[in-house]
Design a protein around this ligand. Structure first.
Ligand SMILES: *Cc1c(COP(=O)(O)O)cnc(C)c1O
Length: 380
């Protein structure tokens, strides 16, 4: 019996061990020198002035929308095809995420649908660069400029991506959030980063991640409401080591994606991730295919599991989750493109050191599973 192939597996080596050990031995486990080092390395990698490390991508999104400005009764236009955190962060502040449909090619928010969803109460747009593919920011920026709305970018899946007009994803001058959970392009175990284009915004984020403490770190004066969204120095050391190998890991992910592309070519009716258009560059995060409409996706998952291959439905539509149905009254049929994609999408094992043999095993397994899961014998 061959080894199980997991969905994700981080690359962690001697350099990570060395830097983490150094922190442990220094006895400075939080708010030490690695925090600033990680922030500076991340900012310079992206080409932005500064960044603030926090405890998760969700925390990064939460602090970013607070700085952008959102409160009870406000609306934020966003995509229903995302990890739930991009909508939750709006709900945390008592505001309403207003969903709109997605582009069937990139699976990112459809700018025309976003424009149509903007209303009297809209304060901002929250696009997600889903699966690392750059959202159409030029079009979204046209919408926000005309209405003086803010943009917060959820770049949690998109480190390493780049827009056709030049900037790295997250470096267009908007607030942006990154995440470092174990399956992301770089990991700190748990962690995140807020990119703040303005220095004043960074001061506020740094304070709010630390219980609202005054910037001079005096113990007693908490001049605003804050949270404990700090990232430990242990995690920051991991982040520093991971950034050093980011280019190699991105290249390895891109190679794995290219292998999948070739290996899956023959599977009839299977839709593969869209190739980069123009000069857009995807920062490869996951490898998600869409099974043919006449195949039962969950049956495919079960058949792959029998072969020792992990896969999962990715992503489910946010508006159809029980909490969102109940709280905001959503139902099937509102966003047909998103719902169709969410029904058929399947994440395959994908990580930098996945071997050629593993990719082939997945491809063979998937071809067989899709053939077997087609509603064969059904009428018509
Ligand atoms: C990973 C991710 C996040 C952040 O997740 P955390 O687990 O909080 O780090 C946010 N949005 C999207 C789209 C993500 O994929």
């Amino acid at each position: 019996m061959s080894e199980r192939i997991p969905l994700a597996r981080p690359v962690v080596g001697e350099r990570e061990e060395e830097l983490v050990l150094e922190v442990l031995r220094s006895r400075r486990l939080s708010l030490g020198p690695r925090l600033e080092q990680f922030e500076r390395a991340f900012a310079s990698r992206l080409g932005v002035a500064s960044a603030s490390a926090v405890s998760s991508g969700t925390a990064a999104l939460h602090l970013a929308v607070r700085v952008a400005g959102v409160g009870p009764g406000d609306e934020v236009v966003t995509t229903p095809f995302s990890f739930v955190a991009s909508a939750n962060c709006v709900v945390y502040e008592g505001a309403r995420p207003v969903f709109c449909d997605i582009d069937p090619r990139t699976l990112n928010i459809d700018p025309a649908a976003a424009a149509a969803a903007v209303g009297e109460r809209t304060v901002g747009l929250l696009p997600v660069h889903v699966f690392g593919y750059p959202a159409d920011m030029r079009e979204l920026e046209r919408i926000t400029a005309a209405r003086s709305l803010w943009i917060v970018e959820d770049a949690c899946e998109a480190l390493g991506g780049r827009h056709a007009d030049g900037p790295a994803i997250g470096a267009r001058g908007h607030l942006a959030a990154f995440g470092f959970y174990a399956n992301k392009q770089i990991t700190t175990g748990e962690g995140g980063m807020v990119v703040c284009p303005s220095a004043a915004d960074k001061v506020r984020v740094d304070s709010e991640r630390n219980q609202g403490r005054a910037p001079d770190m005096s113990w007693l004066d908490h001049d605003r409401l804050g949270f404990n969204y700090r990232l430990s120095d242990i995690a920051c050391a991991l982040g520093v080591a991971q950034l050093e190998r980011l280019d190699a890991m991105l290249a390895a992910r891109a190679r794995a994606a290219a292998r999948y592309g070739e290996a899956l070519q023959g599977v009839e009716g299977l839709e593969l991730p869209c190739p980069d258009a123009g000069s857009d560059v995807r920062g490869w995060f996951v490898y998600v295919v869409q099974v043919p409409r006449d195949a039962d996706r969950d049956r495919v998952i079960a058949l792959l599991r029998e072969r020792g291959i992990d896969s999962k439905p990715y992503l489910p539509a946010i508006h159809l989750m029980s909490f969102y149905r109940e709280r905001f009254g959503h139902a099937e049929g509102e966003f047909p493109v998103c719902e169709d994609v969410a029904r058929r999408s399947l994440a395959l094992p994908f990580f930098p050191d996945i071997t050629e043999g593993e990719v082939e095993r997945v491809a063979e397994g998937l071809a067989a599973a899709v053939a077997a899961a087609r509603t064969a014998g059904a009428p018509g």
